[in-house]
Design a protein around this ligand. Structure first.
Ligand code: NAP
Length: 293
């Protein structure tokens, strides 16, 4: 941090997300240097006070004390941008806010450490308009030293959640939340398709779907207790044998209405296997045991 309590930051990548991050930093008064492959995308933030570098090397050299944030399309593009300047990363603090997997984060951490750089990975749980608002939060994991130094700057993006030294933990939590989100949308898409096949407008159905999903969301914590305790037997109200027997109706009703059930059908064989394995009286959530490879 500088004597004014501001942290110099160099941001590589000015897509929709990188631009939002830079705007949040500038609004809070942090000095920012930016680089983007397509130079024209730097103009908007330059007008708001960012210094523009025309090469990655120039961006890194602009302030050797600056924290370096990469927010690029994927890890391949991060390597494409940083590999040619690898020698210039020694002694630097690198934060990678590019979406990736735990394995990619651990690999990049090892690569950075080899170069003498300290590495922090991040998983952004927000869309660009949410950055800089309390609705945004970002998971971080990896170097606690980098997190500690960058914290004030990172807090300009939204809430911060540091998960520990294993750099894979941020993408792991990010992807777990995204998995929950996509599972949710699978059900939402299927439900709208089904009622839509009978001419029911999605807008008309939305309040019913919202009410139902909100009610089902209430079981989330109970499911967590069952998983942590490995107990899918106690206080079961809707056993899996009953559910496995009714579940084919979802696919049959969809087929009758001329709708594909392909988003939902992968659950059926897992339910059937739990029943066949003697867990018919247990809760659906015990299917989690079949996911462990
Ligand atoms: N947008 C969201 O809602 C959101 C939410 C959470 C997380 N994220 C993550 O944030 C990251 C950035 O997303 P975004 O929305 O900013 O994406 P975007 O608008 O598509 O921007 C992609 C950025 O990556 C750069 N890039 C792509 N390939 C490159 C390469 N080979 N070499 C150099 N630069 C390259 C682009 O440069 P050019 O301008 O030159 O093309 C641009 O700066 C992604 O990992 C994304 O998954 C995004």
């Amino acid at each position: 941090m500088s004597e004014h309590g501001k942290t110099p930051v160099t941001v590589l990548g000015l897509g929709a997300m990188g631009t939002a991050l830079v705007e949040a930093l500038l609004t809070a008064g942090h000095p920012v240097t930016v680089w983007n492959r397509t130079a024209s995308r730097t103009e908007a933030v330059a007008a708001k006070g960012a210094s523009v570098a025309s090469t990655v090397s120039e961006a890194l050299a602009a302030d050797t004390n600056a924290i370096v944030i990469a927010c690029l399309l994927d890890y391949d593009s991060v390597h494409e941008v940083l590999d040619p300047v690898a020698a210039e990363l020694a002694g630097r603090q690198l934060i990678n806010l590019t979406n990736g997997t735990p394995g990619q984060a651990r690999e990049m951490n090892a690569w950075a450490e080899e170069l003498g750089a300290a590495y922090l990975d991040g998983g952004i749980m927000a869309v660009p308009p949410m950055i800089g608002t309390p609705a945004a939060f970002i998971f971080y994991s990896g170097s606690g030293t980098v997190f500690g130094r960058a914290r004030t700057a990172l807090e300009t993006f939204g809430g911060v959640n540091y998960l520990g030294a294993d750099p894979g933990l941020a993408p792991l939590h990010d992807i777990a939340l995204l998995s929950g989100m996509y599972g949710y949308f699978v059900g939402v898409i299927q439900a709208y398709a089904l009622v839509g096949s009978a001419g029911v407008k999605a807008r008309e159905f939305a309040p019913l779907l919202r009410g139902w999903l909100d009610a089902m969301g209430g079981f989330l914590e109970r499911s967590a207790e069952q998983i942590d305790d490995g107990d899918y037997v106690t206080d079961v109200v809707s056993n899996i044998e009953m559910q496995a027997a009714a579940f084919p109706n979802l696919a049959k009703a969809a087929a009758d209405q001329g709708i594909s059930a392909e988003l939902l059908t992968p659950l059926q064989p897992l339910m059937d296997k739990r029943v066949a394995d003697g867990h018919g009286a247990e809760d659906l959530i015990g299917v989690i045991e079949l996911l462990k490879k």
